[in-house]
Design a protein around this ligand. Structure first.
Ligand SMILES: Cc1ncc(COP(=O)(O)O)c(C=O)c1O
Length: 387
């Protein structure tokens, strides 16, 4: 028994919780889709919000030095990444930061590359900004995703790619990329003049002994063309408080990024996000340590249970709390797969096809929920699909 409660499921109904919205009408449904967690928050974060409500009048705020310092310390202590205050720009989300980067460093019609499948707002943002979407398919090898580097270089050269939005660790596959892989990516970007946007929002959730390497720690020269995007929001389940940070060590790139932020009036973030971020980074470490054990236990259970009771192929994640499930052995594809999951198993997962064409026989399952929910969901899925 740890210090924190990861077994009671907090009520999430009638709280305008996006993840649990459809359960308000259909309470039989178990929600395992949107990437937030059904766990009670870090107590210090809850207290900090209460204190703010009691002591403040909700006006405009500035970015406190202690907020910058909490980010600097977290990056150094958790990831061995040494940054300075001026390298950091705050913004209301990692996805908004991707939009700003696309607008700052590319023109309409320019090619922007992603690895597919990947977190679906990447492709959406590129398309809605009228850039050319280049999808480099990931390979499934050795039970996890790998990058086809030969094809990647071809895709970069043939399309004259200007910017690469990279997901590290990877959502939905849970891949924690090795140093060697990151080296190769960086070398390709350097060789072909590509700006790299490294989305590291899942950086704190490396599991089972894997180590996340922040992109610029792999090779000092990568900081000339790389933007590292991260936040405390995924790690500490505070996504609704909206605060992320962008680390840009090249001053020319930073000025361009900040200019577009200002042009969009995206240079301010909600005060509540500043408070939750600083508090999470200052007090959240013991909670995170326990959380990771709970997530690992849920993943191990799921892998074992599905192997024994279903034909689902589970891509065991090396990080994140997201599990990529292959239902191809049942001869079913999206959207019928999603329909069967909801109607027969009464569980809501993410439709794998939303992450790219490679995902049409897949669904993504979020295990950041008490073990009892995972057990119940696994049994329902096994019953609906069979062995
Ligand atoms: C890879 C990745 N990037 C970004 C986000 C969302 O970031 P934000 O809420 O800061 O825009 C998520 C959320 O699940 C994610 O998985």
């Amino acid at each position: 028994m740890g210090k924190y409660d990861f077994t009671s499921r907090p009520n999430r109904l009638n709280q305008f919780t996006y993840k649990w919205q459809s359960s308000e009408k259909n309470p039989d449904l178990l929600q395992l889709w949107v990437a937030d967690m059904d766990f009670l928050p870090v107590p210090e974060i809850k207290q900090a919000i209460i204190d703010y409500g009691q002591e403040h009048i909700f006006g405009y705020n500035y970015f406190k030095d202690s907020l910058y310092q909490s980010v600097i310390d977290w990056e150094k202590n958790e990831h061995g990444y040494e940054i300075k205050k001026e390298d950091i720009s705050f913004i209301d989300g990692v996805v908004p930061a991707i939009s700003v980067a696309i607008q700052a460093f590319t023109e309409k019609g320019d090619a922007v590359l992603i690895n597919s499948p990947v977190y679906y707002p990447f492709a959406r943002t590129i398309r809605l900004n009228d850039r050319k979407l280049v999808e480099n398919s990931l390979l499934i090898k050795n039970g996890h995703f790998e990058i086809d580097f030969e094809q990647l270089e071809k895709d970069i050269v043939e399309n004259q790619v200007k910017l690469y939005v990279f997901c590290s660790p990877h959502n939905p596959g849970g891949r924690v990329w090795s140093k060697v892989e990151l080296q190769k990516i960086g070398q390709l970007c350097k060789k072909h003049g590509v700006i790299l946007v490294s989305d590291e929002i899942h950086q704190d959730l490396a599991l089972f002994g894997h180590t996340h390497h922040s992109f610029n720690t792999v090779d000092d020269s990568f900081k000339d063309f790389t933007l590292v995007l991260s936040s405390a929001t995924k790690t500490f389940n505070i996504a609704g408080t909206k605060n992320s940070f962008v680390i840009i060590q090249n001053p020319t790139l930073r000025r361009k990024f900040q200019r577009v932020q200002l042009a969009n009036n995206q240079h301010e973030v909600p005060t509540i996000g500043m408070i939750t971020t600083e508090t999470a980074f200052t007090y959240g470490k013991p909670w995170l340590e326990e959380l990771k054990k709970v997530v690992e236990k849920n993943i191990d259970y799921l892998v074992d249970y599905f192997e024994k009771n279903t034909k689902i192929k589970v891509m065991k994640p090396e990080g994140t709390y997201l599990v990529w499930l292959d239902f191809s052995a049942y001869g079913i594809e999206q959207p019928q797969l999603d329909e069967k999951l909801q109607k027969e198993a009464k569980v809501v997962l993410n439709d794998g096809a939303h992450f790219g064409k490679e995902g049409k026989t897949f669904a993504r399952l979020n295990v950041a929920t008490p073990f009892e929910t995972i057990k119940e969901a696994s049994e329902r899925i096994a019953k609906a699909f069979g062995k």
